[in-house]
Write a protein that binds this ligand. Structure first.
Ligand SMILES: C[S@@+](CC[C@H](N)C(=O)[O-])C[C@H]1O[C@@H](n2cnc3c(N)ncnc32)[C@H](O)[C@@H]1O
Length: 429
């Protein structure tokens, strides 16, 4: 941004109520849009001045809303300025924040602008005030379905067609419902909500997660319905299962709950610590290993291997709208190259006759269909074991070749699900 007092200085002591959260939202947007960081990864540093959890949540909600609506917010701003503001002008960032609040988060306009003006000085402050006033007096509104950033819309149109792009635009309009995976498959009526599949509960409106019934007892964990499918495809078992990229552990928990003796491997010790917390909370057990799967080797082959590979994460754009703005073709290519190496390693760790499930939460064919094609060409000892209809919630179907691709639009009336590619492979005996 042209003026950047927010990164190096502490917030002024005389900030009026509400301003520190907007200042933190500005820092978050700067981290995502100018420095290419993930929204969640940037949160601790951006919210460092905020003592209250509510303010931190507000800063996150404002930044996420701006990222959901960015092309439409910028179009409004451009419609009200004589000369286009540079993309990185602080005045543009401030206007995005004020407009997202007034037009999408239903903050009263006077509060939306008065808490943002202190973020900008001098001439730009006047400009922000003027442009905001002009737009509000003119009855500015945002479309129900936000426009996707053009490079993303183009990429997904080419891969999946216009209907999927339109469904993605509708899906980005609001944060999705909360999905829980139950430790046992019994439906727990205390939670309310609906169930789309045995062992699944979906909540639309809900209290903070740690306050929900069953959290403290470890009766469930948060996991999108689509994210719960890869581990489900390995079924129940009492053999050895290796979860190669395991943290924070939703899929390891599922495997442990299904009876497997689980080894959970991840390169990140801090993410593995979250996995250990989740095991402790749920009373499930797994051996955890902090190591790089590109160099580590298991002592013996496993009956089942799950590779939920690191990826561009474009399939989780509803909860993480930063991916719409920071994932470039270069990032997708890099992720696909790492996945190919990890798949190659994981393939050697499955016993003859055992199974390998490969999954990515990506909407990019390079991280799914193309990856699978290259793998099968290089590994004739593997064949797809098609996903059966009885293994899926009503409304989801496997492709003709037997893998699963969840796209925007799937289960839309029930609240949708994340975008995943999932395939189950069997090693010849
Ligand atoms: C998509 S996330 C896994 C999510 C997890 N399966 C779950 O259900 O909670 C990918 C994980 O891969 C890990 N990772 C990345 N590169 C790795 C490597 N070379 N070896 C092992 N783990 C790696 C990351 O730390 C990250 O936790």
């Amino acid at each position: 941004m042209a003026q950047r007092p927010t990164r190096s200085r502490r917030a002024p002591q005389h900030d009026a109520p509400g301003v520190p959260a907007r200042r933190a939202a500005l820092r978050l947007l700067d981290a995502v849009l100018r420095r290419g960081q993930a929204l969640e990864a940037a949160l601790d540093a951006a919210a460092r001045d905020l003592a209250q959890a509510n303010d931190r949540a507000l800063a996150h909600a404002i930044a996420a809303e701006v990222l959901r609506r960015l092309p439409d917010l910028d179009a409004l701003i451009d419609s009200a300025t004589q000369r286009p503001l540079p993309d990185d002008a602080k005045a543009r960032f401030a206007l995005r924040i004020a407009l997202a609040q007034a037009l999408a988060l239903k903050t009263p306009p006077h509060a939306a602008i008065s808490t943002v003006l202190p973020l900008v000085d001098g001439g730009p402050r006047k400009l922000v005030h003027g442009v905001f006033g002009t737009l509000m007096r003119g009855g500015a509104a945002l479309p129900d379905a936000p426009a996707l950033p053009p490079p993303v819309a183009d990429r997904w149109r080419k891969a999946w067609g216009e209907a999927v792009v339109e469904a993605a635009a509708r899906a980005v309009a609001a944060p999705p419902p909360l999905d829980l995976t139950l430790k046992g498959s019994a439906w727990d009526g205390d939670l309310g909500g609906t169930s789309l599949f045995p062992g699944h509960v979906r909540l639309a409106e809900h209290a903070p997660v740690p306050q929900l019934p069953g959290y403290a007892e470890g009766a469930w964990w948060v996991q999108d319905l689509a994210a719960s499918l890869p581990a489900r495809l390995l079924g129940t078992g009492d053999g050895r299962a290796l979860d190669v990229c395991a943290a924070p552990g939703g899929k390891s928990l599922q495997l442990a709950a299904a009876g497997w003796r689980v080894t959970a491997l991840d390169i990140s010790a801090s993410r593995l610590a979250r996995l250990s917390d989740n095991l402790a909370r749920t009373g499930l057990s797994a051996e955890t290993v902090a190591a790089d799967a590109l160099t580590w080797t298991p002592a013996e082959p496993a009956d089942a291997v799950l590779l939920d590979a690191p990826c561009s994460a474009t399939g989780i754009f509803r909860r993480h709208p930063d991916v719409l703005h920071r994932v470039s073709p270069g990032i997708i290519e890099e992720a696909a190259a790492l996945q190919a190496r990890l798949l190659d390693r994981a393939a050697g760790w499955v016993r003859p006759g055992g199974r390998l499930v490969y999954a990515t939460c990506s909407l990019e064919p390079a991280e799914g269909e193309a990856q699978l094609g290259a793998f099968l060409a290089a590994h004739p000892e593997y064949a797809i074991e098609p996903v059966r209809p009885d293994e899926l919630p009503a409304g989801l179907t496997a492709t003709d070749r037997g893998w699963l691709r969840t796209l925007p639009g799937v289960l839309e009336a029930a609240g949708g699900c994340d975008g995943f590619f999932i395939v189950r492979l069997q090693r010849s005996a």
